[in-house]
Every structure is written in structure tokens, then in C-alpha cells.
Design a protein around this ligand. Structure first.
Ligand code: ATP
Length: 202
């Protein structure tokens, strides 16, 4: 297993932007929980087959892929079904993330988990970076990117961990309220730190 650097942050804080910079600047391999969560319900996967057994084939779109909007509606209305789905998929996602991390080849690996604080997943990482922004920045970027109004953006933020809860699991904080340029020195400094730790471990 490589040295695992966890990366988290609230909606539109800049996780993807930061992860891509680690990859572009330093060739660091990324495992992204959102991508893994989609992979475990791909056609013919054990995950999708279990969902079909439970909800029937009407949970599929015409092309045989999972109808996420329909599934979201079901679990929104039925907390029991949400619990069932989490119990099915969370272990699968966790196992696949570990498997993917094991296959990485860079000096350390980045594990991007948006809901790390909410789901207590910081234990999967050796050290944790939180991308931190002011709530106003988060709202503005969510509204601009996702085409939602202020009220909807506020509701999404309210459903996530608070800034304080997220910062409580941070070993390192990247500030991302200003322009992208300001990210580069922060990323370079952390990269050097992680290399030192990896080399000490050898
Ligand atoms: P999510 O988890 O919600 O998908 P995220 O945390 O991965 O989001 P990004 O997708 O990296 O966040 O960034 C959110 C939006 O904010 C994007 O449109 C991105 O281009 C923009 N953004 C990120 N960082 C900056 C910055 N420093 N300056 C201006 N815009 C930024």
C-alpha cells in the first residue's frame, strides 16, 4: 500500500482542481471516491445486480445503466432503503478504493473523498488535506457551476459537515478563496513534505 494522502472539502471548495494540480505538476496518482462509487454499479457489477434484485429492472435506464435520479427519489422517500443501499455499497466502495490504491505507482497516492468527515473515512488515509474556503466562496462557486439558486446552494451546504467539523480532521489545510495561482505554492510545499515522509519510511 502506498502512503495515502486523503483530500476532502465541501461542495465546490476546489477538491478536483487541487487533485488535478497534484497530478499535472507531480504525476501523483488519484483515487476518487465519486468515480469508484459509479464503478461499483456499472452494468453487470455485483452492486447493480443487487439493486436490480431489490427494486426490479425499472431502476434501469433504456441503455441498461442505473437510473440514478429514480434511485435518489426512492431513497429520499424511504430512509430504510437508503440504509439498505449504504450497507450494500459502502463496503464495496471502500474495498475498491483500497484495491485501486494498491495499484497506484506514484510516490504517494491521493485519495479524494468528498464526504470524508461525514462518513468517518479519514482512517483510510495516512494524512488528510482539507481544502478550505469561506462559505460565501462555496456558495458563489456552487451557484455559478451547478446552475442552482442561492437557496438551493445553501441547502446543499447545510446537508454537509460544517467547516469546523471538516477542519477538525485536517492535518494540512489548503486555502482556496482566491485565484488558482495561489494554490501552486501550497501544493508544492505539501508535495515536498509528503516526499520527505515517504522517503523516511523507506
Ligand atoms: P465538487 O465536490 O462539488 O464536485 P470540488 O470541490 O471538486 O467540487 P472544483 O470542481 O475543483 O471543486 O471547483 C468548483 C468550481 O470552482 C469549479 O467551477 C472550479 O473551476 C472553480 N474554482 C475552483 N478553485 C477556484 C479558484 N481558486 N478560483 C476560481 N474558481 C475556482
Amino acid at each position: 500500500m502506498p502512503f495515502v494522502v486523503g483530500l476532502t472539502g465541501g461542495i465546490a471548495s476546489g477538491k478536483t482542481t487541487v487533485a488535478n494540480l497534484f497530478n499535472q505538476l507531480y504525476n501523483i496518482d488519484i483515487v476518487d471516491a465519486d468515480i469508484v462509487a459509479r464503478e461499483v454499479v456499472e452494468p453487470n457489477s455485483a452492486g447493480l445486480n443487487a439493486i436490480i434484485d431489490k427494486f426490479g429492472r425499472s431502476i434501469l435506464r433504456n441503455d441498461g445503466t442505473l437510473d440514478r435520479a429514480k434511485l435518489r427519489e426512492i431513497i429520499f422517500a424511504h430512509p430504510d432503503e437508503k440504509e439498505w443501499l449504504n450497507q450494500l455499497l459502502h463496503p464495496m466502495i471502500r474495498a475498491k478504493m483500497l484495491d485501486d490504491l494498491d495499484k497506484t505507482r506514484s510516490e504517494y497516492a491521493l485519495l479524494v473523498i468528498p464526504l470524508m468527515a461525514e462518513n468517518g473515512l479519514q482512517s483510510l488515509a495516512d494524512t488528510v488535506i482539507v481544502v478550505d474556503v469561506e462559505e460565501e466562496t462555496q456558495l458563489r462557486r456552487t451557484i455559478d457551476r451547478d446552475n442552482v439558486d442561492h437557496k438551493q446552494a445553501k441547502a446543499i451546504l447545510a446537508s454537509q459537515a460544517t467547516r469546523e467539523q471538516r477542519l477538525a480532521i485536517a492535518d494540512h489545510v489548503i486555502k482556496n478563496d482566491t485565484e488558482n495561482q495561489k494554490l501552486l505554492p501550497q501544493i508544492t510545499e505539501l508535495h515536498q513534505k509528503f516526499l520527505e515522509i515517504c522517503r523516511e519510511d523507506l
